[in-house]
Write a protein that binds this ligand. Structure first.
Ligand code: 5GP
Ligand code: ZN
Length: 114
């Protein structure tokens, strides 16, 4: 989508520190990290929120989670623990309307989250 920030990152019209790229997903460092490891995993397909995920996207979403787990292993936070977050709509703090899985780790994570 033309005016979507994350679509523009996928198209490399906006620079990002890429961590992983394949046919269906892209991962990159969050510009405003909230933990020592803070990486976003996004689908190449524009999906605005988790509410728009359809059954045909099941393999894609599964792949996003597996890529996130692989990145957590590669960054050495898998055994310590890490958090995967997908904020949905304003009250949850979603600011970019192209779904993204936050990988957060490298420090203790508190529960409940803020
Ligand atoms: P949300 O608040 O929608 O769950 O998460 C959006 C995330 O995107 C935030 O953590 C924010 O720091 C990150 N972000 C916003 N703009 C950019 C950008 O231009 N580049 C990168 N790498 N991250 C961004
Ligand atoms: Zn998009």
């Amino acid at each position: 989508m033309e005016n979507c920030l994350f679509c523009r990152i996928i198209q490399k019209k906006i620079p990002a520190r890429l961590v992983h790229e394949d046919e269906t997903v892209v991962a990159f460092e969050d510009i405003n990290p909230q933990a020592p490891v803070h990486i976003l995993v996004i689908p190449r397909k524009h999906i605005a929120t988790s509410l728009e995920i359809s059954p045909e996207d099941n393999p894609l979403i599964g792949h996003m989670v597996r890529v996130a787990a692989d990145i957590a292993r590669a960054r050495g936070i898998a055994d310590r623990g890490f958090r995967l977050v997908m904020n949905t709509n304003p009250e949850a703090g979603q600011t970019v309307y192209h779904i993204h899985l936050h990988i957060l780790g490298g420090r203790p994570m508190h529960w409940p989250p803020g």
